[in-house]
Design a protein around this ligand. Structure first.
Ligand SMILES: Cc1cc2nc3c(=O)[nH]c(=O)nc-3n(C[C@H](O)[C@H](O)[C@H](O)COP(=O)(O)OP(=O)(O)OC[C@H]3O[C@@H](n4cnc5c(N)ncnc54)[C@H](O)[C@@H]3O)c2cc1C
Length: 505
C-alpha cells in the first residue's frame, strides 16, 4: 500500500532548487501556487545497523475513556466533542499550545467555511471557536456579504483571502495567539485532562487493538490507557505504528504535499502593498520577475488579521519527506534563510514594506502531508461532481469550485480498514491526493475532528469498536453539537442545541 512520492523513500532523485515547475491550468484549486523542487542533494544514508532497546516497566500516567493524541484543529475539536458526550478525555500534545499548524504553524488563514451560495456549512466546533475569538482577532467579510457576487466587494476580498471565482467567502485570517487561548479555554471548560510536552511514541496494543499510547516526557516514558484513541497527529503517527495501512502518493500539480516554515513580517503597510499589486500591474510584474531572478524561490505575502502584519506561507518545497529528520531540518534551515532574504528584498523594493521587520518564524514546521489512512471508505475525486450524500455522513464541506456541489464526508474515512480501537481525523484521513488538497484544510480538520471525538465517545460508552458505532446515534449527537449535515431536519435548531449536547445515557 505504501507508495512513495519523490524523496520519500526508494531512490532519491537529486535535484537542486530551481525555478517553479509549470502547473497544469485548472480551476480545481483555490490557489494556483508555485512549487519549488527542493530534493536535498545527498547520497543514500549508510546502513549503521540496529540496536535492541531493553524492555522496561512503564508507569501508567492516566486512564480514560478517550485519548486524543495531537492538539491541532482536529484534535482540539475531537477532545471537546468527546467530552461533551460525557467521556473522560485526555489530550496529549507535544508542544506548549493548542491549534497545531493553525497557530504554531502560523497558518492563520482559515479556509472557506461558507459554500458558493454563502451558506455556512462548516459549523459545529468550527463556528463556535470562531465566535469565541475577540472581534479584533479576526479579519474577514461581514456575514451579509458571504456569497456576494458584487464585483467591487469580490475584488476587495480577493486580495484578502476571502473571495474566489468572483464570490465572497467566509475564509478569514485570525490572530494565532487568540486562537491558542480560545482552544485551550474551551478544552479546560470541558474538564479534559490537557497534557502539554508529551510526545506520543507508540500505540498501546492489546490483542491487536489500540488501547492507549506510550509517550515520552521530561519524566521519561509514560502510558495512557484508554478505551478509544483518536489519532490527531496529522502524520498518522499512531495508526502507522499500530500497523494500519497508509498511503503516501501525491498529486504533483497541487501544493498539498509541499513543506515549508511560514513566517510573519511586522511593520508593513498592507493597504499600500495591495494598492501596488492591483493598481500597478507592470511594476508589480517587474518586481516579481526580479524577486524570482534574485531569490529563485520567491513568494508573495498574504494579508493577516492586521494591516501592519504580512503572512508568508511559502516558498513551498516539494521532494522532502515530513517523516525524515534530515529533510525536516533542511526545510527549516532553507525557510529561515528565505525569510531573511525576503525581508531584505521586500524592504528594498516593495511599496508598503519599507519599515518591515522579522516578527516571527513559525515554531512548527509546515507539513501539509505525510501519511494518509487507508480507511473503511475513502473520499475520492470521482465523488466531486456527483452530489452523493453518504448514508454515514458526518459533515459537509464546500467544494473547491462553484462547478461542483457541496461534498458529503463519510464516517468511513475516519475508521481504519482493519485496525480497531482507533479513529483518525484531520489531515491524514482516508482520501485520494486530489481530495486531500482541501480535506487537509483547517475547517475540514475541525469537522473530522469533531466527528472522530464524538464517535470515540460513543464507542467507548457502548463498548463497541469504531466500525460498529451506530451511525444514526452519531449523526444525532453531531447535529446536537451544531454540525451541519445534509437532509437533517434538526439542522435549523442546531445553534440553540449546540451548548446543550447531552452526555450519552
Ligand atoms: C504552510 C501551510 C499553509 C497552509 N495553508 C492553509 C490555509 O491557508 N488554510 C487552511 O485552512 N489550511 C491551510 N493549511 C493546512 C492546515 O494548516 C493543516 O492541514 C491543518 O492544521 C491540519 O490540522 P490537524 O489537526 O490535522 O494537524 P496539525 O495542525 O498538524 O496538528 C497536529 C498536532 O499534533 C501534534 N502532534 C503531532 N505528532 C504528535 C505526537 N507524536 N505526539 C504528540 N503530539 C503530536 C502536533 O504538535 C500538532 O499540534 C496549510 C498548511 C501548511 C503547512
Amino acid at each position: 500500500m505504501e507508495r512513495h512520492p519523490p524523496g520519500q523513500g526508494g531512490d532519491r532523485v537529486l535535484r537542486l532548487l530551481r525555478r517553479p515547475l509549470s502547473r497544469r491550468p485548472t480551476d480545481e484549486r483555490l490557489l494556483v501556487s508555485e512549487i519549488f523542487e527542493g530534493g536535498r542533494p545527498r547520497g543514500e544514508r549508510r546502513d549503521l545497523g540496529t540496536l535492541t532497546e531493553p524492555a522496561r516497566e512503564v508507569p501508567v500516567y492516566r486512564t480514560c475513556d478517550v485519548l486524543v493524541v495531537g492538539g491541532g484543529p482536529s484534535g482540539t475539536a475531537a477532545a471537546v466533542a468527546a467530552a461533551r458526550l460525557g467521556a473522560d478525555v485526555v489530550l496529549l500534545e507535544r508542544y506548549n499550545h493548542l491549534g497545531g499548524l493553525s497557530t504554531g504553524g502560523l497558518v492563520i488563514w482559515i479556509d472557506r467555511m461558507s459554500d458558493w451560495s454563502g451558506q455556512l456549512v462548516i459549523r459545529g466546533f468550527a463556528e463556535e471557536i470562531m465566535d469565541r475569538l475577540p472581534k479584533e482577532a479576526v479579519a474577514g467579510p461581514a456575514r451579509k456579504d458571504w456569497g456576494s457576487k458584487d464585483a467591487a466587494s469580490a475584488a476587495y476580498w480577493a486580495q484578502r483571502t476571502a473571495a474566489f471565482h468572483g464570490i465572497v467567502t467566509w475564509s478569514p485570517t485570525v490572530d494565532p495567539e487568540r486562537l491558542k487561548l480560545a482552544s485551550q479555554e474551551i478544552v479546560i471548560e470541558q474538564k479534559i485532562h490537557l497534557a502539554f510536552h508529551c510526545w506520543a511514541a507508540l500505540p498501546l496494543l492489546e490483542e491487536g487493538k489500540v488501547r492507549g499510547a506510550f509517550f515520552e516526557s521530561k519524566a521519561g516514558r509514560r502510558a495512557v490507557r484508554a478505551k478509544m484513541v483518536v489519532d490527531a497527529t496529522g502524520d498518522g503517527d499512531l495508526f502507522a505504528r499500530a500497523g494500519a495501512a497508509c498511503e503516501t502518493d501525491i498529486e504533483a500539480a497541487d501544493i498539498h504535499h509541499c513543506i515549508n516554515t511560514a513566517w510573519l513580517l511586522g511593520g508593513i503597510d498592507m493597504n499600500r502593498w495591495l494598492e501596488f499589486r492591483t493598481r500597478e500591474p507592470e511594476p508589480f510584474a517587474r518586481f516579481m520577475a526580479r524577486g524570482r531572478e534574485q531569490l529563485r524561490a520567491f513568494d508573495r505575502p498574504f494579508v493577516s488579521w492586521r494591516n501592519d502584519i504580512a503572512l508568508f506561507m511559502g516558498p513551498r518545497h516539494s521532494g522532502f519527506s515530513a517523516l525524515d529528520v534530515d529533510d525536516q531540518s533542511e526545510v527549516e534551515i532553507r525557510s529561515r534563510r528565505l525569510m531573511a532574504q525576503h525581508l531584505d528584498f521586500y524592504r528594498a523594493h516593495a511599496p508598503g514594506f519599507e519599515n518591515a521587520f522579522l516578527l516571527l518564524g513559525a515554531p512548527q514546521l509546515g507539513v501539509r502531508h505525510a501519511r494518509r489512512l487507508v480507511g473503511m471508505k475513502k473520499m475520492l475525486r470521482a465523488h466531486w461532481p456527483t452530489a452523493q450524500v453518504f448514508s454515514d455522513e458526518i459533515g459537509v464541506t464546500p467544494s473547491v469550485s462553484p462547478k461542483f456541489p457541496n461534498l458529503s464526508i463519510p464516517y468511513g474515512c475516519l475508521v481504519p480498514a482493519e485496525l480497531d480501537g482507533l479513529l483518525a481525523c484531520g489531515r491524514h484521513i482516508s482520501c485520494d491526493p486530489n481530495s486531500h488538497g482541501f480535506m487537509r484544510e483547517i475547517p475540514q480538520c475541525w469537522i473530522t475532528g469533531q466527528a472522530a471525538g464524538a464517535a470515540a465517545a460513543l464507542a467507548a460508552s457502548r463498548g463497541v469498536e469504531p466500525r460498529a458505532v451506530e451511525i444514526g446515534e452519531l449523526q444525532s449527537a453531531l447535529v446536537r453539537q451544531g454540525v451541519y449535515l445534509h437532509n437533517r431536519e434538526r439542522n435549523s435548531c442546531q445553534a440553540e442545541a449546540r451548548h446543550h449536547s447531552a452526555p450519552i445515557t
